[in-house]
Design a protein around this ligand. Structure first.
Ligand code: DNO
Length: 347
């Protein structure tokens, strides 16, 4: 297991100087954020990013994410050009030593929350998804960090309408087409592709979402028979649905060698199915982080792992979910569990 940390590049309020001080941190996962979705990433920008990270003694082996253009997901417009660009990005990243690429196939909206700074009783604040509030939201007018904000309200309405017509099976068809196009390139370049599950793992605003549960993960993996075709298994995304048993899924897909990247986070599931993101410790949420790490340990997980969202604590402000302190605590907690497992089982 390689412990990593997400870093949003030079604009990130959390500096590489601080990240490198977290014990056992091997590297960061990052991306080129200045290139519009779908375009080819200039090689010199990739080189520059890598040099910046390496200058601080950290590795850059994972890209999170190379986003998939909506035309590809909808199978319309310039999707063929965007698929070719995607392949070119895989080649260019591989040439700079990238070993793993994270991506998702969520229509329009990446991760969705109703509030990004919900105060908690201990004075910290966190990201929450309250069903009642989400039901009242107007998706055409929303903006959350991590989303592509380049759409106007009318474009957004059109996009949402197109996905409603496409439906789940249409989205599967376009995903299959995308996978069959890009995977031969990823295999040739020896890059592991890890799809990120939908967050939350259910349909929102009447738009299909398909990377949501075991049955669909099985169906996804069956699309291409090669180990490079795998998962970025996110415990917080899948885990906010109580029927997803995360340690079991880690065992299953880890044994198959299909988990390339692990996002570990805890969530507190509320009675109506809403959820609050909590501190990583098992005692703070509904998921058992020790069981998850035990599962990774037992399958001999060699991939990358990162603490996922943290709360904002100790007065920190910054990118919701991506402050320094709570994620650093999460990394230390998980390193402690890992070391204990190694000691108990003689490595
Ligand atoms: C949220 C993240 C996601 C993730 C993408 C991967 O914080 O886990 O935004 O990076 O979905 O493509």
């Amino acid at each position: 297991m390689k412990m990593t940390f997400r870093w949003y590049g030079p604009e990130d309020p959390v500096s590489l100087d601080y990240i490198r001080q977290i014990p056992k941190m091997t590297g960061v996962v990052s991306a080129i954020y200045s290139v519009p979705v779908g375009e080819v990433w200039p090689s010199d920008k990739i080189k520059e990013l890598k040099a910046m990270v390496e200058a601080k003694g950290l590795e850059l082996e994972v890209i999170e994410s190379v986003p998939v253009h909506e035309d590809i997901k909808l199978g319309r417009g310039n999707y063929k050009i965007y698929i070719e660009n995607y392949k070119e990005n895989i080649r260019r990243l591989a040439a700079e030593g990238i070993k793993c690429i994270c991506y998702n196939f969520m229509p329009v909206f990446d991760w969705t929350r109703s509030r990004l700074d919900q105060p908690l009783p201990d004075g910290s604040n966190t990201l929450v998804y309250y069903k009642e509030d989400v039901d009242k939201m107007d998706p055409a007018r929303l903006a959350l960090p991590g989303w592509d904000s380049s759409y106007s309200t009318d474009e957004m309405k059109e996009l949402i309408g197109a996905y409603k017509v496409l439906g789940e099976e249409g989205l599967w068809k376009n995903l299959e087409c995308f996978i069959h196009e890009i995977m031969p390139v990823a295999v040739e370049c020896d890059v592991n592709m890890g799809i990120h599950p939908d967050d939350p793992p259910w349909s929102i605003f009447g738009i299909p979402r398909i990377i949501t549960n075991e049955e669909n993960l099985d169906r996804f993996l069956a699309l291409y028979d090669d180990k490079h075709h795998g998962l970025s298994l996110c415990s917080g995304s899948l885990g906010c649905s109580a029927f997803n048993d995360i340690p079991r899924l880690i065992h299953k897909y880890g044994t198959m060698g299909r988990i390339h990247f692990a996002h570990v986070r805890n969530v507190k599931i509320l009675e109506d199915g809403s959820f609050e993101e909590s501190a990583h410790d098992s005692s703070c949420g509904s998921l058992d982080v020790v069981e998850m790490l035990k599962a990774y340990y037992e399958v001999g997980f060699q991939g990358y792992l990162r603490p996922d969202h943290g709360r904002m604590i100790w007065g920190e402000t910054g990118k919701p979910g991506y402050g320094l302190y709570d994620r650093a605590l999460g990394a230390c907690y998980m390193n402690g569990i890992w070391e204990t497992l190694e000691k108990l089982h003689g490595k």
